[in-house]
Design a protein around this ligand. Structure first.
Ligand SMILES: C[S@@+](CC[C@H](N)C(=O)[O-])C[C@H]1O[C@@H](n2cnc3c(N)ncnc32)[C@H](O)[C@@H]1O
Length: 349
């Protein structure tokens, strides 16, 4: 890149960073997640959005994955944050988001070139194309992003799993007509990502800057409910209980700084215990824990798919209950499917 290119790119970036919800392009509100992602929150997102603070200065999502919550927040003009910082430890995933934001035309062209021959091929031809693409080293960010999306849409169950060397190793899926290129949605996602800061870091580093008035949604790799349901292969490392405890300390710190935090995880006793007052270092009732159900689409054993208990942890009172409906009932969005498992008095934030 020449010095001129660098200046131009910095100016474009600064202009994007100045965008507010008012100047955000309208198609941004129509964007949906453009990747399938294990632990993706599509099923739970209405319940999460119902609990989001009504006014968000900067929105932080340090485990972005497929970004279900981010896109859902943008879909509601009343909730759309002023600024957004998205992060993931998966470097390639962050590159995909960068390319969708900055180079959507080139990405669409590249995906078109991958989609046509794949869909036209017979089963054997598709197999060969999938494995050729999987084994290939990408050349540059646009190529990497196109390859990532192609593999995501054509691999087994949309899984992202890497071996210890960090090499993607999911086998070919058998979809009849996979939608490798969804151009309208990619363009909407590009508009949604304009002005968004993307970072690639461990969650702790990504959460150094939030302050009062900001909102952090945490969706870490979930604590497996059983030995066979374990899925923590998004990156080379795994997300152990040590990591869950480290995350809890970061949540404690954010809470002390007055940042609104919402966290989801599997309804594992370990997680429940971690966020229950008697285990935490702070006064009783520090966190509120709601129990809900989410259908997880990704499970290696089809017969194990079904409703799964999921925990939602908050450090502030959820807006949905402050908003009085006729008759003084809590909001219908959450009422029928939810009970409070161990409700500590909410922390006002
Ligand atoms: C459950 S997924 C998030 C799913 C997302 N909410 C969605 O709707 O698709 C967890 C994400 O955390 C990322 N991750 C794992 N360890 C991390 C770490 N230490 N710091 C930041 N991100 C991490 C994984 O790469 C994965 O994308």
């Amino acid at each position: 890149m020449t010095a001129g290119d660098q200046r131009r790119s910095a100016a474009i970036h600064a202009a994007r960073a100045r965008q507010t919800p008012r100047t955000r392009r309208p198609e941004a509100a129509l964007a949906r997640p453009f990747l399938k992602w294990a632990g993706g929150k599509q099923q739970l997102v209405a319940e999460l959005v119902a609990r989001a603070p009504r006014s968000i200065e900067t929105y932080y999502e340090p485990f972005i994955g497929g970004g279900a919550m981010f896109f859902a927040l943008l879909a509601d003009p009343a909730l759309a944050p002023k600024r957004t910082v998205l992060n993931d430890l998966n470097r390639d995933l962050v590159t995909v988001y960068e390319v969708v934001r900055d180079e959507v035309d080139a990405l669409v062209a590249r995906l078109e070139a991958l989609q046509g021959p794949y869909l036209a091929a017979d089963a054997e031809g598709r197999n060969a194309r999938y494995y050729a693409e999987r084994e290939r080293q990408p050349e540059g960010p646009v190529d990497l992003a196109a390859r990532f999306i192609f593999l995501n849409k054509t691999c087994f169950n949309g899984l992202y799993r890497v071996n210890r060397q960090g090499i993607f190793n999911v086998p070919h899926g058998k979809y009849r007509q996979p939608r490798i290129l969804d151009e309208a949605n990619l363009r909407a996602a590009s508009a949604a990502l304009a002005g968004v800061r993307l970072t690639h870091a461990d969650f702790e580093a990504a959460l150094a800057t939030p302050k009062r008035g900001d909102f952090v949604y945490l969706d870490p790799p979930f604590e497996p409910l059983s030995a066979t349901s374990s899925f923590t292969g998004y990156t080379e490392g795994s997300f152990s209980r040590t990591e869950q405890r480290r995350l809890k300390l970061v949540v404690d710190d954010l809470t002390e700084r007055g940042v609104h935090v919402l966290l989801s995880n599997s309804a594992h006793d370990y997680i429940r215990g971690l966020y229950s007052a008697d285990r935490g270092p702070f006064a009783e009732g520090r966190y509120r824990i709601d129990s809900t159900h989410a259908r997880r689409a990704i499970n290696s054993r089809g017969d194990k798919r079904g409703p799964v208990d999921e925990l939602v942890v908050l450090n502030y009172p959820p807006e949905v209950e402050r908003r009085e409906l006729p008759g003084g009932e809590p909001g219908p969005a959450i009422r029928p499917r939810l009970h409070h498992a161990s409700d500590g008095a909410p922390h006002p934030g």
